[in-house]
Design a binder for this molecule. Sequence first.
Ligand SMILES: Cc1cc2nc3c(=O)[nH]c(=O)nc-3n(C[C@H](O)[C@H](O)[C@H](O)COP(=O)(O)OP(=O)(O)OC[C@H]3O[C@@H](n4cnc5c(N)ncnc54)[C@H](O)[C@@H]3O)c2cc1C
Length: 460
Amino acid sequence: MIAAVSPSAADTDVLIVGAGPAGATAARTLACAGVRVRLVDRAAFPRNKPCGGGISLRVLTRFPYLERALARIPTHVLSRLYLEGPDGHATVIESDGPAALMIRRVEFDALLVSLAVEAGAELVTGADIAHAREENGRVVLTSRDGRRFAAPFVIAADGVHSVVARRLGLNPGWPATAVALDMMEETPRDRLRDIDPSTLWIAYGYSTKPEVSSLKSAGRDGQTSDFPLQTSGKRSAPEGYAYIFPKQDHVNIGIGYVLSYYRESVDEAPYELQRGLVDRLRARGIVAGESIRRNFTPSFIPVGGPLREPGRGRILLAGDAGGFVNGFTAEGIYYAMVSGDLAAKAVIKSADPASLGRRYAAACDYEIGVELRDSVVIQRYLFADRRRIAQIIDGADRELAATRLILDYAVGRRSYRAVRWRLLARSPLLAGRLVWNRIASGDGASRARKKSLSAAARRH
Ligand SMILES: Cc1cc2nc3c(=O)[nH]c(=O)nc-3n(C[C@H](O)[C@H](O)[C@H](O)COP(=O)(O)OP(=O)(O)OC[C@H]3O[C@@H](n4cnc5c(N)ncnc54)[C@H](O)[C@@H]3O)c2cc1C
């Protein structure tokens, strides 16, 4: 167990609530800059967190110190992605080097917390924050057991259900269209056996209904020729996904749906869905063994894009608390770490509460805002018409240059900004949708970009 301390009487400059990837990264950045920082979590570490544990490899480019630190925990890297659509289309994308890092959150999060503590952050565990208020130029937090914590600045990294964001009026809660219910088990690979350990397996627009699911027909290599494809006519896709993420000794198998879709269109309970998924995968020869219920943990992911105002006055929201998740891939660990780092740097740069929130929002917007906003539009665009998922999958085979661009982005060789225009040029309809979305959202900056996006759309 990572040693926590009793909160010292000494003042602290910054309080961080939540020691997941966002909070622990923020704490390390602040401590490295010599800022007095207290990292408060209701859990003691190591603690588990329901998560697939897949991170695009660019995390090592963005946080170079991780490379050495990761030697302390078991990791697994993958360079092969199997991607399947709702109508039986499937493709395999191979990278020329590792593209995804697979970790177990119980180990990875404890590692990040250790790095923060080693840098000088003070860790307080077992403090479940229940109340937050601003008082005389300080933010005061109170835990369920009555402990009181106060500091001039707070970074709330307390996850998707952020109590701090709710109590201080920054987020009343996510609408059901903006969260996914992700149902997942992390089971040792000697119990859920025979998975291909070299492949990230994803079914996008995954249906549990046999008549629209390809899962009955497509085998490990995506051979689907004996199955009738339903590609004529516009039909929406199920707003969900299924996945197999192999780890060194474990495998995470899961299924997720946008919550509003789950409530309206799925009539199975979470664990029934999970067991059904494992049964189908077994019938296809993709996995052997049984689902293990005690390893199953359903949980939520914010997939509707970051909050417009991820900070106000003395409070900044990082990670899931601020909605920093890719709506298309549901990847959140990377963005949690980036937003945590940016929140810390915003505080280090200037302690003026009048401009802190604005500067933090601008920094997030500059580094990850465009890709996160686009990701939500892409998610809705693809779910609206299942043929679009099929086009993407078919395109991955034909358009090798585009596939290479995406891989370059995933491993950190190119930024999203650098690949965005070239990818959008291949999909004028999607480009048009993104332009429209920016205009409709009333973003002034988007008007300047509108012209060049429209030009990209016109060229094709
Ligand atoms: C089933 C599932 C699968 C996923 N798979 C992936 C994946 O494969 N790859 C990926 O990149 N992302 C994935 N995600 C998303 C990813 O898990 C999150 O985006 C990420 O954990 C966000 O990190 P965070 O630090 O913001 O919050 P968290 O990791 O949720 O950490 C929040 C911390 O705050 C603490 N806390 C909460 N409330 C309080 C309180 N009131 N007082 C004190 N402490 C508190 C918690 O104990 C916790 O330690 C998945 C999510 C789910 C649910």
